[in-house]
Structures are given as structure tokens and as C-alpha cells.
Design a protein around this ligand. Structure first.
Ligand code: ADP
Ligand code: ADP
Ligand code: MG
Length: 547
């Protein structure tokens, strides 16, 4: 062992052996004896957007809280905590010295969007307008509300907003503050692709036009590409320690992170690279029908939203991807299939829908406030719990080993998501419905979860429907694609599933966004609007698959 890791070195790398002393001098914060420790801090820069990329549990939020002055860094000294003076002295000669002094003396104003927006309703009692008016020091409320499409929910109580709405309200509230430094702890969870691009633009404008410093923690690499001027990578052993590197170019930072090797630091951070599979769209094969669902319509008494579903077929053993903007009725469709809500009409008549389907459903917002251990919870769902088959197919790819003994209520967002995916797939059902499985997962977890869902469907001869905004996950996991369109919060239309190429083209044409593959690791990147590639692909009508 090298003295940092509690047990064994998680890396095959020898390089790490040289690290401890160097690291100890850079300790920023330790939560307690034998508790998580953070080394280094990112440095936000005026007029720039600085990105922070790293796995879950590596200290990104800790770093943000330290910079935002919500945690006083203890330099790793749990016993004799240094005061502010000592901390500032410690950073003498670095850019952080002035920064931390400013934070201590209140000369620097900071605004922070917290990672878990789901918790905002617990601390704020009132409607959206009240929350935003309180934050609106720059007098930009109307513009932000308009561009982030939150005008329709301005008079709605905060505790009635969906996750995607809360995320945009929280972002608006942060950007509306008159601060010197802005911290956005995860921009994209629950946002659809169009909203992600808008949010990225707003953040860029704040830096460029208002000359502000913005630090953004983000797992969506396509968004980091659009957003950041430079990138710090965080690495280490999740829950044990994390190290923040010096800034890199966005391109190098992402590539080094994915490859698992940091060039400047000369450091292996993962035994193997994260690779993005590039493949031609899957050919559609003939298969038996699992269910023919009829055309149906759904409207809610309490909102003006209505959904029209054109009748279609779900095939046995297929993975059906579902895409479309937020508020367009994707979850409503899932709930209709699952029998959790009744259609208003079926084939134009006022009759019931009886699909006789056994459905395992993972809702979009995963709640887990039970005081029960993860292993007890999962073994209560399936007899296969703990078998080598279950371990290989479910526990391992979803990285459940480390959290089996934890309480459901204590899990982080990403941990809770993985447990919920495992629980859903472990049930016995005709159709598995996963609503936004990528939310809160880091890059590696997304790749692993995608593979796990795909393999599970193949090996278990199950039928799975995956609703997600992560284009890579959708591409890799799906045999066919169902595209929703319409006007969010007003009217949605669900077309029958189609083959992947046609579906992706229809979906991305609605958004006017084309993707290319990065020449290095094959990850999907958004083309600059109006660039050669963008124009060419639009002319060819190929928005995603270029092979
Ligand atoms: P990230 O944002 O990269 O996912 P965090 O900074 O939230 O990571 O957490 C890093 C580690 O620190 C995690 O293991 C987390 O459980 C632990 N941690 C976070 N906050 C506290 C706290 N207040 N007390 C003790 N441990 C904490
Ligand atoms: P998506 O999954 O595509 O984001 P949803 O199906 O969750 O969309 O929601 C579609 C629309 O229906 C939204 O405008 C939402 O506010 C509204 N809606 C969803 N559930 C209800 C409900 N129980 N009562 C009233 N309106 C609802
Ligand atoms: Mg975090």
C-alpha cells in the first residue's frame, strides 16, 4: 500500500507510489479521521468557463463548496484545524491566496448552484417567481425565464416542479445573482438535449459578455466541449481520496480522462481506457410481437397537456429507445403502458386499456428514503441475488459491491440510480421500463450501465424500453427508436418505433443539431452550428450516423 489508500492500490500503476508526500503537501480538506480527503483545488478564471471532470465520489462537490466558502478547508488536519489565516498563508504565492482572502473577507461574491436540486423544495417555501425574484440581483429574470422556458411555471409552487424544471430554475437563480464567481455543480441532470445546449450558451455568455468566472462540474462530455475554456480532471479513489489536477485544454483533459492516463502528471488513473463504441445502426430483425398497443390519448385534468399516441408494436427481446424533449409525454406513455395512469380515450373511444403486461418500472426520480440496507433491499426483490449469474450481470457492471452495506437513505444520487436500475432489472416482468437511467451517473458508470442493460436484455431474452437524453446511451442500447415531438407542456405526439437511423435523424432534425465522432476515442460530439460538417450532414440528412 502507498499510505493513502486504506486497503490495496486500486491501480496497477507503479507511479502512484511516488505520490503520497507530494500529495500530503497539497491536502485541501479532510472530512475526518480516515474519511475522504481532497487534494488540490480548481482555479476559476475571470471571463472564462472552467470545467471540472471526474468520477462520482471523487470530491468535485467538496472542491466547489470549499471555493464557495461553505467549507473552510482544513488542509487535511482533522485534529488541529487551521484557521483562515493559516489556510491563506498556506496558499501564499498562488492565485488561490487572493481568492480565499476575498472569500473570507466578503470581498468576493459567489453564487453556487447545488448538485442535488431535488432538495431545494425542502428549504424553500413559495413559488418559482418568489424564488427567482429574491435571486435576481442582475435584473435578468425575464430574459432567463424566457430562454430557459420557465415562464409557464413562474406561478407554480417550487415543490410541484419536475426535476428538469427545478434544474432550470436553480440555474436561473444562480446566474441571476450579481457575483464575481459562479459555481454550477452539474448542469445537465434531467435536462433534454435542447435545454442542455441553451444552458451551456447562457453560461458561456455570462463569462464572455459579463467577464465573470464560472466553474462547472459536468459529466456530459458533449456539453463540456461546448462550454468550457479549460478543464481540471479529478482522479483518485472514490470515497477515499481525490486529486484535482492543474488545468488542461478541454480536448486534452477529456481525452486523458477517457484514456485513463494523465500526460503532464505522468499518472495512470484507471487500468483501461473508456471506449466509445461506434457502430452502424442496428439492422432491424424480424421478431415476435410482445404487445400491439392501440392508438390512445391522454390529458390530465389539472394541466393543459395532452398526449396523442399512434398505435404501435413493441417486439419481444428488443431494446426500445425513447427520445424527445422534456414535458412531451414520454413518462406519461410509460405510465400508460404500466397501468399507472388511465388513457382518456383508446382508439377514440372512452374505453379502458388492458394490455395485460407485467411491467417493471424505474421512474425518473428515484426516491429511496427507506432505512434498509442495499443488500437487504435487493435480496427482497430477487431470489437470484448473490448468485454468480446475478453478480456478473447486475452487481458488477453497476458497481454495487461497494455500497451493499449502506443504507438506502444515505446513498448519493448516482448510487441510488444504480440500485434502482438493478432492482428494476432483477424483477420478473414482460417489459422493463427505465426512465432516465443515465441521470447522476458519471461517464464510466454510464458506459457500464449501458452495457449492462444491453447484455441483460440479450442474455435474459427480455424486452426493455429506455427513455434517456444521453444520445450515446440511446444509440448503444437500442434496437429501434420511438420519437416524441410536439410542444412541451402543451401537446405531445408519440410515433411508432422506427429503425435507428431514421429515428435519430428525425429526432435531431427537430433539434437542428448534428453529431460527429471524435477522431480519438469515438465519442459523440456536437458539431458547431453552421460549420462545414454541420452543413454537409444536414444536406445529407445524416444527423448522427456518418457511416
Ligand atoms: P463528487 O462531487 O465528486 O461526487 P463529493 O465531493 O460529493 O464527490 O464527495 C466526495 C466524498 O466525500 C464522498 O465519499 C462523500 O461521501 C464524502 N463526503 C461528502 N460530504 C461529506 C461530509 N460532510 N462528511 C463526510 N464525508 C463527506
Ligand atoms: P416527459 O416524460 O416527456 O418529460 P411527462 O409525461 O412527464 O413528460 O409530462 C408531460 C406533461 O404532462 C408535462 O407538462 C407535465 O407537467 C404534465 N403532467 C405530467 N403528469 C401530470 C399530472 N399527474 N397532472 C397534471 N399534469 C401532468
Ligand atoms: Mg458532486
Amino acid at each position: 500500500t502507498c499510505g493513502i489508500c486504506v486497503e490495496k492500490c486500486p491501480f496497477d500503476a507503479i507511479e502512484i507510489i511516488n505520490l503520497p508526500q507530494e500529495l500530503e503537501d497539497r491536502a485541501t480538506h479532510r472530512y475526518g479521521d480516515n474519511a475522504f480527503a481532497l487534494y488540490g483545488l480548481p482555479i476559476p478564471e475571470k471571463g472564462k468557463v472552467t470545467g471540472l471532470l471526474g468520477p462520482n465520489g471523487i470530491g468535485k462537490s467538496t472542491a466547489v463548496k470549499a471555493l464557495a466558502g461553505e467549507i473552510t478547508p482544513n488542509l487535511g488536519r482533522v485534529e488541529d484545524e487551521p484557521g483562515w489565516d493559516e489556510v491563506i498563508e498556506h496558499y501564499r504565492g498562488t492565485e488561490l491566496q487572493d481568492y480565499l482572502k476575498g472569500v473570507r473577507d466578503g470581498d468576493i461574491n459567489v453564487a453556487r448552484k447545488p448538485q442535488y436540486v431535488d432538495q431545494i423544495p425542502e428549504t424553500f417555501d413559495g413559488n418559482t417567481r418568489e424564488l427567482l425574484e429574491r435571486a435576481d440581483e442582475r435584473g435578468v429574470l425575464d430574459e432567463l425565464a424566457e430562454r430557459l422556458s420557465i415562464t409557464p411555471v413562474l406561478d407554480q409552487e417550487i415543490d410541484s416542479l419536475s426535476g428538469g424544471e427545478l434544474q432550470r430554475v436553480a440555474l436561473a437563480a444562480t446566474l441571476a445573482r450579481d457575483a464575481d464567481f459562479y459555481f454550477v455543480d452539474e448542469l445537465t441532470p434531467y435536462l433534454d438535449i435542447g435545454q442542455r445546449v441553451t444552458a451551456a450558451r447562457l453560461v458561456r455568455e455570462l463569462a464572455e459578455e459579463e467577464d465573470k468566472a464560472v466553474l462547472v462540474v459536468e459529466h456530459d462530455l458533449a456539453v463540456l466541449d461546448l462550454l468550457a475554456d479549460s478543464l481540471h480532471v479529478a482522479y483518485g479513489e472514490p470515497s477515499v481520496y481525490g486529486v484535482v489536477t492543474d488545468p488542461k485544454s478541454v480536448r486534452n483533459g477529456i481525452n486523458e480522462y477517457l484514456r485513463g492516463y494523465l500526460d503532464n502528471e505522468n499518472m495512470r488513473i484507471r487500468p483501461e481506457a473508456i471506449e466509445f463504441e461506434e457502430h452502424a445502426p442496428r439492422p432491424v430483425t424480424e421478431a415476435e410481437t410482445l404487445v400491439d398497443y392501440p392508438s390512445m390519448a391522454k390529458s390530465y385534468g389539472e394541466s393543459e397537456f395532452s398526449l396523442d399516441v399512434e398505435g404501435g408494436e413493441i417486439r419481444k427481446n428488443e431494446v426500445l429507445g425513447v427520445v424527445g424533449p422534456n414535458g412531451i409525454g414520454k413518462s406519461t406513455f410509460a405510465k400508460l403502458l404500466a397501468g399507472r395512469t388511465e388513457p382518456t380515450t383508446v382508439k377514440g373511444e372512452d374505453t379502458d386499456l388492458d394490455l395485460d403486461l407485467d411491467i417493471a418500472y424505474k421512474p425518473q426520480y428515484v426516491e429511496a428514503d427507506q432505512h434498509m440496507r442495499v443488500d437487504a433491499f435487493l435480496s427482497s426483490i430477487t431470489d437470484e441475488f448473490g448468485t454468480s449469474y446475478w453478480n456478473t450481470e447486475i452487481a458488477q457492471p453497476l458497481q454495487l459491491d461497494r455500497i451493499m452495506e449502506q443504507n438506502l437513505a444515505d446513498l448519493s444520487g448516482g448510487e441510488r440510480q444504480r440500485v434502482a436500475i438493478a432492482a428494476t432489472l432483477s424483477r420478473d416482468a414482460d417489459l422493463y421500463l427505465l426512465d432516465e437511467p443515465s441521470a447522476h451517473l458519471d461517464v464510466e458508470q454510464r458506459v457500464l450501465a449501458t452495457r449492462a442493460i444491453r447484455r441483460y436484455a440479450e442474455n435474459h431474452e427480455s424486452t426493455v424500453m429506455v427513455i434517456d437524453h444521453d444520445i450515446y446511451m440511446i444509440d448503444l442500447v437500442s434496437d429501434r427508436l420511438m420519437v416524441f415531438d410536439g410542444e412541451p407542456a402543451h401537446h405531445g405526439r408519440a410515433s411508432p418505433a422506427q429503425e435507428m437511423r431514421a429515428g435519430m435523424n428525425e429526432f435531431l432534425a427537430n433539434l437542428d443539431i448534428t453529431f460527429r465522432r471524435d477522431e480519438n476515442l469515438g465519442r459523440p460530439r456536437i458539431n458547431k452550428p453552421g460549420s462545414q460538417l454541420d452543413k454537409q450532414q444536414k444536406r445529407d440528412g445524416e444527423y448522427y450516423y456518418t457511416q
